[in-house]
Design a protein around this ligand. Structure first.
Ligand SMILES: C[S@@+](CC[C@H](N)C(=O)[O-])C[C@H]1O[C@@H](n2cnc3c(N)ncnc32)[C@H](O)[C@@H]1O
Length: 270
């Protein structure tokens, strides 16, 4: 079972929160030495990278631009931003009532296919805690823990309430062009892993991020670009002239798969 120790409302796949000690010293060094005022995350996911920056500089007023292609995620963020505490509390209790009442595989599958935040919560909260096992466990009447959604107590809610954040729904790649001349902008990219298999190639999965790096002279951009990616041969080739700030090992909780991550930077650390 995965412990819900992160800043988000469920364990977001690929989040970087446990990698903070390997990452934050480099981000703060760039921020401090270059008087960074704007933080952009083109592939924001659970926004753990911006969250760690806020924790490090609780009183500094950055402008955050957080982007993702997942419409449920961006809808969730905008809801956190624009909904009263009272209504968010109601969402927490509605969630619990819904989950208690889902009794069969069919009900579960039917519910998670619907549009809206509740199906999104149900799908990802259960999927991540008992990957793939929720319907079977329920069906066989095994005792499973039904986790409450702790929206108001979550780190992500505090982050959103206390900062100037713009949420964008869409492809993250145009943001690299948009900010290329801004030397006070730090763009932190944690794209999906590079997809080496052509048969499942899909531009929406982030693969063309790597093509963008190949086709553009990002080393001349004034903005500060950071990539946190899996270290492998094609990454070494693509980012050959970039500055390697750190490499470290990471083990995935569920699969126990070990990978090596690398932090790449398009300038030199001053
Ligand atoms: C590795 S995850 C990011 C994890 C994040 N750093 C965190 O700590 O939670 C990659 C994210 O990129 C998003 N994504 C995939 N393709 C995208 C694209 N073309 N543009 C923007 N976001 C994309 C996915 O929805 C996912 O949230």
């Amino acid at each position: 079972m995965v412990k819900k120790t992160n800043h988000f409302i469920f364990p977001y796949i690929g989040n970087k929160i446990t990698e903070e000690p390997h990452i934050i010293p480099y981000l703060t060094s760039i921020i401090d030495k270059n008087n960074i005022t704007t933080i952009v995350e083109p592939f924001t996911g659970s926004a753990s990278l911006s969250y760690m920056i806020w924790k490090h500089y609780p009183n500094k007023k950055f402008k955050y631009i957080l982007n993702d292609t997942d419409k449920n995620l961006i809808n969730f963020y905008n809801t956190l931003k624009n909904t009263s505490e009272e209504d968010l509390k109601k969402m927490e209790s509605d969630y619990f009532d819904i989950v208690k009442n889902i009794q069969t595989n069919e009900q579960y599958n039917h519910f998670i296919k619907q549009e809206g935040l509740m199906p999104y919560f149900v799908k990802y909260n259960f999927y991540n805690i008992n990957p793939g096992r929720f319907p079977a466990l329920k069906l066989n009447n095994h005792k499973i823990n039904i986790y409450r959604l702790n929206i108001l107590e979550s780190g992500i809610y505090q982050f959103i309430k206390n900062n100037d954040i713009e949420f964008n729904l869409g492809d993250g790649i145009p943001l690299f062009d948009k900010y290329k001349d801004d030397k006070q902008t730090l763009i932190i990219s944690d794209p999906p892993y590079i997809n080496l298999c052509n048969s499942s190639y899909n531009y929406k999965d982030g693969s063309d991020m790597y093509q963008y790096i190949y086709n553009n002279d990002t080393l001349t951009y004034k903005s500060h670009l950071i990539f946190i990616v899996q270290k492998m041969w094609i990454i070494n080739l693509l980012f050959e002239d970039w500055n390697t700030l750190n490499t470290y090992h990471k083990m995935y909780n569920i699969t126990k798969r070990k990978v090596e991550h690398v932090i790449l930077y398009n300038h030199f650390l001053k």
